[in-house]
Ligand binder design. Sequence first.
Ligand SMILES: C[S@@+](CC[C@H](N)C(=O)[O-])C[C@H]1O[C@@H](n2cnc3c(N)ncnc32)[C@H](O)[C@@H]1O
Length: 338
Amino acid sequence: MAEMSSQERSDNAGRDPANVEVDPSYENDSSYGDELSSYTASLTSSVLEYRHENGRRYHGYHDGSYLLPNDETENDRLDMLHEMFLTMLWRRLYLAPITKPQRVIDLGTGTGLWAIDFADLHPQAEVIGCDLSPTQPALVPPNLKFVVDDIESDWAYEDNPFDFIHARFLALSIRNYEELIKQCYRSVKPGGWVEFQDWDPNPFSEDDSLKGTCLEKYYREVYGAFEMAGYEVCPGPKLEEWFKRAGFVDVQVKKFWVPYGVWPKERYFKKIGAWNQAQAEASGFEAVALAALTRHKNWTKEEVTILASQARSDGRDHRVHMMFTFYVVYGRRPENRR
Ligand SMILES: C[S@@+](CC[C@H](N)C(=O)[O-])C[C@H]1O[C@@H](n2cnc3c(N)ncnc32)[C@H](O)[C@@H]1O
């Protein structure tokens, strides 16, 4: 097929409608109409009626249940974090020993980059990316679809379970994390795998250089607000226990250091630290703090801006060697147990 010019790509009204061919898979797939109507039903006004507050945009579906924005600025930040996580895992999307999964779901998919990469890597799999916000790109691999749903509500997947369930970075999103993992157990096939990748978001420094900085104050205030609002702030170190209590076996725990800034000597850590600082400086300090502190601790936007800029400035101090811990935990649902 001849390549389209940029003019042709920018609109299609000049094309002969007779040349717009019917997709044969649409003709042959009797469930397509049902799927479409359920998708468009999920895109009813409440989903797209975003909340605008303090100059940021927040999700509309189940308004108020997630405290970070869903606007373009936030999406750019999540994409930077995706690159940081890939760098950290040596460009692997997951660590569970899965082979040829047929049905896969990514919980709280965000901008959907993980799900897009996964669908490309596993063309045989039917992949679902699920989120409160329909902010993912429209042009995606044919084996991937995005749905708007609240993963803390009841699931409807037990009768059509998954081979692999994945969730990354749901710290500060979820109230009852342990129940979410039990829900995964009920919705994964016997023999199937579940993998959660998540933070211990408490900063530390091996040389005490964090002590007395505004970074300490920033994280104390912000996490305090999330805790007041009922969120699980620190899931990473608890995942193993929750997986085992839910019934998973062969549970593996991998732990990663995540520096902040380019202070580490080793190139691998320097790169991770650079992405981490880039996402936080670009918008992360405000994005994480704004709704939490204004809605739950009655701070003003200006007070949050000052705290965020103090944290940003201390984060630039070359003498400060801040780090975080990130966990990748995966487990298998046994074949012969309910
Ligand atoms: C910090 S982002 C992580 C996004 C993505 N997993 C990644 O690693 O790039 C958390 C995501 O979870 C979504 N989320 C939060 N609470 C949710 C819920 N109850 N149900 C579905 N999605 C939720 C948010 O909308 C957001 O996109």
